[in-house]
Design a protein around this ligand. Structure first.
Ligand code: SF4
Length: 508
């Protein structure tokens, strides 16, 4: 059992007595915590007779040029300087959570940026409605659509519709977090937190593969690390490279589970004057030179089950151009598998040593493949009570976000906010400083969230004017939970969160 699992299992706030202990009120669990100990989530502890947030508030400094994505954070304890060395951004990482939400957010920070008075409202949100979307760059079949995805044997999500060159998983969500058994909720929460914090997680798919997913790293499928993402489907590969093969080989087949391409029949080959070869593909012909379902999906060539590409060929037709000596290249969509054949006197393809003249074109397919990676997007709904910590009239915040007057970030990273109701956001976890995500054993994920807007807009929304503080004051005095402050350079890929958008809004 993992450390997190043990804490879920052993934690029972109902059994705890106040006594010498202090009550943490930062989430509905309401732990009573003994001196020198931490609560169930490890984010808060009782130190020196007071409840303390155990991690420092992270402040990003846009004056420090990192030259690289600043992850891990690598922040240093605040050294005490008050002179602003540049533009700073108080993230919600380590800021603490206010519970219940009608209390103002832990930090409401004002700052003038290029002549615009801005306010950033900072809180660690508790997300019962959240999950991750995982994109796994691979041709390989990892499991049928809708198949259950498990971690530690518990259902944590499902396989969803694949994308171009990638398999997709949808994990978490309120039904797995709260609607199943206690172990299901606990393991779902642990899985989401680990994925968001960029740790490797092993996932087993019912009727499919076992995949190790780690954000920003290649997927490991059934024990084998994936290296390349396909250049395109079989048809697209034919379209891209048909001219390279002209004059070097009589026929090319790009084997693909989805759309296998045949150059002599494909429009690209026809335009180049490619001769008929009498080839026959055992699959469902879609349009000329494009075949579906040449095999079942699997871990073989081009995401099929096959290890011998000849298995997708029928008899060759001499009346349509087949002849002894006709040359054939078969290649997968990543260029990782390839073979060369020539037809014998009985029009059977016989494998021959791979000719040097074709190596360049196969190498070109490989060169055009991008590195295979796992992408993890955190998806959370901030449309509920969390908004009350920002403004006394929560729906005003939602409207402001959708009017682009309020810019939302997660740990300083830009997010995509879904259109429609509520504030449902998505963020690439590799743009969020490491270790930013936590949990509470309700179970729910804890994620940093910041709302930045012009000060006049904030006040018009019904914001908590009396709680507004300067960045310098935050650095000097901290907040309700007595934790340290740490400054570090802002990730170079993340812009100063609100500036461009909010300046635009200001000019309206
Ligand atoms: S789970 Fe964490 S945040 Fe919630 S009451 Fe316990 S220590 Fe505080």
């Amino acid at each position: 059992m993992s450390e997190l699992s043990e804490r879920f299992e052993t934690h029972d706030p109902g059994e705890k007595q106040a006594g010498e202990k202090l009550r943490c009120d930062a989430c509905p669990v309401m732990c009573y915590i003994a001196e020198g100990r931490t609560g169930a989530c490890d984010r808060y502890g009782n130190f020196g007779g007071r409840i303390v947030r155990c991690d420092p508030v992270r402040v990003l400094d846009y004056a420090l040029e990192s030259g690289a994505a600043v992850v891990p954070f690598g922040g240093e304890a605040w050294a005490g300087e008050l002179v602003n060395t540049g533009r700073r951004f108080v993230t919600a990482i380590g800021s603490g959570t206010t519970y219940p939400d009608y209390k103002p957010a832990p930090f409401i920070v004002s700052q003038e940026v290029e002549g615009v008075d801005l306010v950033t409202v900072v809180t660690e949100g508790i997300f019962s409605y959240c999950g991750v979307k995982v994109k796994i760059d691979t041709d390989r079949h990892i499991g049928p659509e809708t198949a259950t995805v498990r971690a530690q044997g518990e259902a944590v999500g499902h396989v969803t519709t694949g994308e171009y060159g990638s398999q997709m998983l949808s994990l978490g969500g309120v039904n797995h977090l709260t609607g199943g058994s206690k172990p299901e909720g606990r393991v779902t929460c642990e899985t989401l937190m680990d994925l968001c914090n960029r740790k490797p997680v092993e996932l087993a798919i019912d009727g499919g593969a076992t995949v190790v997913v780690e954000a920003g790293k290649p997927p490991v499928i059934d024990g084998t690390a994936e290296h390349r993402m396909r250049v395109g489907c079989g048809s697209a590969t034919i379209g891209m490279f048909a001219s390279q093969w002209r004059g070097l080989v009589d026929e090319v087949v790009v084997v693909d589970d989805h759309i296998t391409g045949v150059v002599s029949e494909h429009q690209a080959g026809k335009v180049l004057g490619w001769e008929d070869t009498g080839i026959r593909i055992l699959g469902r012909r879609s349009t000329p030179g494009r075949y579906f379902k040449v095999s079942e999906p699997g871990l073989g060539w081009g995401g099929t089950t096959i290890s011998d590409p000849l298995a997708i060929l029928g008899d060759w037709n001499a009346k349509k151009g087949a002849r002894q000596g006709l040359s054939l290249l078969m290649v997968s969509t990543t260029g990782e598998q390839f073979a060369y054949y020539e037809l014998d006197g009985d029009l059977r393809p016989i494998e021959k040593p791979f000719p040097d003249r074709l190596r360049k074109s196969v190498g070109l397919i490989e060169d055009n493949c991008e590195p295979a990676l796992c992408t993890v997007l955190f998806v959370g709904g901030a449309g509920g009570s969390l908004r009350a910590g920002v403004t006394e009239n929560p729906v005003n915040l939602t409207r402001s976000v959708h009017r682009l007057e309020t810019y939302v970030t997660v740990g300083g990273a830009p997010v995509y906010v879904w259109p429609g109701g509520g504030i449902t956001l998505m963020v690439d976890v590799t743009r969020v400083p490491e270790g930013a995500f936590g949990y509470v054993p309700t179970p729910a994920l804890v994620a940093p969230i910041e709302f930045t807007l012009r000060k006049d807009h904030y006040l018009a929304l019904g914001g908590y004017e009396a709680e507004i503080r300067s960045v310098e004051d935050v650095l000097k005095s901290g907040g309700e939970y007595f934790n340290d402050r740490a400054t570090g350079p802002a990730p170079s890929a993340n812009p100063w969160p609100p500036l461009a958008q909010l300046q635009r809004v200001g000019r309206r």
